[in-house]
Design a protein around this ligand. Structure first.
Ligand code: NAD
Length: 279
């Protein structure tokens, strides 16, 4: 069987998010980059958040602008409250509002528990969980201020949390990361419950193994990739566009009745593949 990565088809050039304003955090690399570009491709104006790497962020902006929509790059550390507040308030000034918040920024600081420093634990929780809380809070304030604008969307706003299969799969040697994503799951579900009456939809996307810099060592040699694919029933490593396509769909009114759900985009990684031949 051919297990090589295939090119993920792009949505038809139908601008189904036309007129919507989206912010994607951690958007100059990997999944965030593909998502920011993907949202632009289907008509959204996009803020490209980054914390380091201005040139890469500007490149993403240029690519989005090539679809005839607006974009700009904004430097902010999502774990810093004042920076997130400023980022969203600038967006409201420049674009008029926000319709879609994609809380994607995340990182790993791996170590076995006996070696894990408090700084490693804290950094991962600060970015992966606190950052999502801050982004969700600031977007929600604007969603509530503005309410539903029927010509734009049936909902008052969409929050999409980038989680991971590790919100449910324990991951030895990564207790900070797995705990942060477990936290994201409950952050998402609780906010979904709290905000649904305001017509704000909160959902999560949980990627499995996607080919990005965060997990390069898991796929950058044929041996590592073969080992990784033992965990993936669909037998291919995912591409960032696999996630971007789902985010774009989830942000659209096609998914208007989807509230408080995690969509696993993982080639079946959460299907307990170890039980396929035993158990
Ligand atoms: P990546 O390293 O390519 O991208 C992460 C992005 O987050 C980068 O742009 C980075 O600069 C940014 N970032 C880090 N700290 C930040 C901060 N304090 N403020 C703002 N931005 C910050 O990795 P990726 O794979 O694209 O990861 C994106 C998201 O997807 C993460 O939340 C990650 O946990 C999740 N995820 C990835 C995979 C995978 O297989 N790649 C699987 C499951 C979940």
């Amino acid at each position: 069987m051919d297990t090589s990565a295939s090119t993920v088809p792009q949505p038809l050039a139908h601008p189904f998010l036309k007129g919507q304003k989206a912010l994607v955090t951690g958007a100059n690399s990997g999944i965030g980059k593909a998502t920011a570009i993907g949202l632009g491709r289907v008509g959204a104006d996009v803020v490209v958040n980054y914390v380091a790497g201005r040139d890469a962020a500007e490149e993403v902006v240029r690519e989005i602008e090539s679809f005839g929509v607006r974009a700009y790059a904004h430097e902010a550390d999502v774990s810093q409250e004042d920076q997130v507040v400023d980022m969203v308030s600038r967006m409201v000034k420049e674009f008029g509002t926000i319709d879609v918040m994609v809380a994607n920024a995340g990182l790993q600081r791996d170590a076995p528990i006996t070696d894990m420093t408090m700084a490693q634990w804290q950094k991962v929780l600060d970015v992966n969980l606190n950052g999502q809380f801050l982004c969700a809070r600031e977007a929600t304030k604007e969603f509530m201020r503005r309410g539903v604008v029927p010509e734009v969307s049936r909902s008052a706003g969409k929050i999409i949390c980038m989680s991971s299969v590790h919100q449910i799969i324990p991951w030895a040697g990564h207790v900070n990361y797995a705990s942060s994503k477990g936290g994201v799951q409950m952050l998402m579900a609780t906010l979904a419950q709290e905000l649904a009456p305001h017509r704000i939809r909160v959902n999560a996307v949980a990627p499995g193994a996607i080919r990005t810099p965060i997990n390069r060592s898991a796929w950058d040699t044929p041996e590592a990739e073969a080992e990784l694919l033992r965990l993936v029933p669909y037998r291919r490593v995912g591409d960032p566009d696999d996630i971007a396509n789902v985010v774009a769909a989830l942000a659209s009114d096609f998914f208007d009745y989807v509230v408080g759900t995690t969509i696993y985009v993982d080639g079946g990684m959460t299907l307990f593949p170890g039980f396929a031949t035993g158990g």
